[in-house]
Ligand binder design. Structure first.
Ligand code: SAM
Length: 246
C-alpha cells in the first residue's frame, strides 16, 4: 500500500520519537502503511568528522544556535515535489484544528525541530514554507511540538481513525467542544448518568449531546462561538436541553 501521508522529521534527538511512533493509532497506521513517518538525525548532514550541528550565537549570549548548513542540506535531500517544510517555533502560526486539517491534507510534510536558542535565521529564509507554534509557551525543543503536529494531523488522514464518524463531534471540529461522556456503572458515588443516555432513544441522545456540547462551549470557550455563532437550530436545542452539569 502506498502511504497517503508522509512526514520526515529533522531532529538532533531522534530517539525521542521511539515509543511515540510505535503505539496505538500511529503505530497501527504505520504498520498498515497508511502513513509513513521517518525520523532523521540532523548529525547525518553535518560536516564530518565531528558532525557539529550547533554553534555560538553571533552577537554573544549564553545559548547555542542550530547551524543552517546541515538543516538546509537535509531539507534539500528529503524534499520532493509535493513537500511542505514546517519549522516548529514558539514564534510561528498558532496550531488550531483548522491548521491541523490543512497539514493532514498535504501529502508530504518535512518538520524541522529546533533546540537551544533556536535555528539560524537563514533556514527560515531559504527552505521554510511556514513556521508553526503549538502554544504560547516555550519548550526545550521542537520534538514534542512535532509530535503534537503529527498526532493531531494523522487522526485526520483517511483510514487512520478506524471509524471516521468518531471525528465528527470531537472538540474543536467546527468550533465546538465535545459533549460530556459517561460509561458504566450508571450510578457512581451518588452521581447518576443522565437518564436520556439510558433511554435507547438515539435521536434524543444525539440532540442532548449537541445541546451539552454547545452549553459547554459557551461556558468554557465562548471565543469558539464568536468564531461560529450558534444557528437557530442549535439555539433551540440549547433551550430544550438545559446544561446537565449547571
Ligand atoms: N529562543 C527561542 C525563542 O525565544 O523564540 C526559543 C527556543 S526553544 C528553547 C528551542 C526550540 O524548541 C525552538 O527552536 C522550537 O523548535 C521549539 N519550541 C519551543 N517552544 C515551541 C512552541 N511553543 N511551539 C513550537 N516549537 C517550540
Amino acid at each position: 500500500m502506498t502511504p497517503i501521508w508522509r512526514v520526515d522529521v529533522i531532529t538532533t534527538f531522534p530517539e525521542s520519537f521511539a515509543g511515540f511512533l510505535e503505539v496505538s493509532l500511529l503505530g497501527k497506521a504505520r504498520a498498515a502503511g497508511t502513513i509513513d513517518v521517518r525520523v532523521h538525525n540532523l548529525r547525518d548532514w553535518a560536516e564530518p568528522p565531528h558532525r557539529i550541528t550547533d554553534d555560538y550565537a553571533y552577537g554573544g549570549g549564553p545559548g547555542m544556535v542550530l547551524k543552517a548548513e546541515p538543516i538546509v542540506a537535509a531539507v534539500e535531500d528529503l524534499r520532493g515535489p509535493d513537500a511542505w517544510v514546517g519549522l516548529l517555533t514558539p514564534q510561528g502560526r498558532p496550531l488550531r484544528q483548522t491548521v491541523v486539517a490543512e497539514l493532514a491534507a498535504r501529502p508530504h510534510l518535512i518538520l524541522i525541530c529546533g533546540r537551544y536558542e533556536g535555528v539560524d535565521e537563514r533556514v527560515r529564509t531559504l527552505v521554510v514554507d511556514e513556521e508553526i507554534s503549538v502554544g504560547d509557551y516555550v519548550l526545550s525543543g521542537g520534538e514534542v511540538a512535532a509530535m503534537v503536529v503529527i498526532d493531531a494531523a494523522a487522526r485526520l488522514v483517511p483510514g487512520v481513525v478506524g471509524d471516521a464518524d468518531s471525528l465528527v463531534g470531537e472538540s474543536h471540529a467546527g468550533e465546538r467542544l465535545s459533549h460530556p461522556q459517561f460509561t458504566r456503572p450508571d450510578e457512581f458515588r451518588g452521581l447518576r448518568v443522565p437518564a436520556v443516555l439510558l433511554s435507547g432513544h438515539h435521536a434524543r441522545v444525539e440532540q442532548w449531546r449537541r445541546a451539552q456540547a454547545l452549553h459547554r462551549t459557551q461556558r468554557r470557550r465562548p471565543d469558539l462561538l464568536d468564531r461560529r455563532a450558534p444557528s437557530d437550530e442549535e439555539r433551540q436545542l440549547m433551550q430544550e436541553f438545559p446544561p446537565s452539569d449547571a
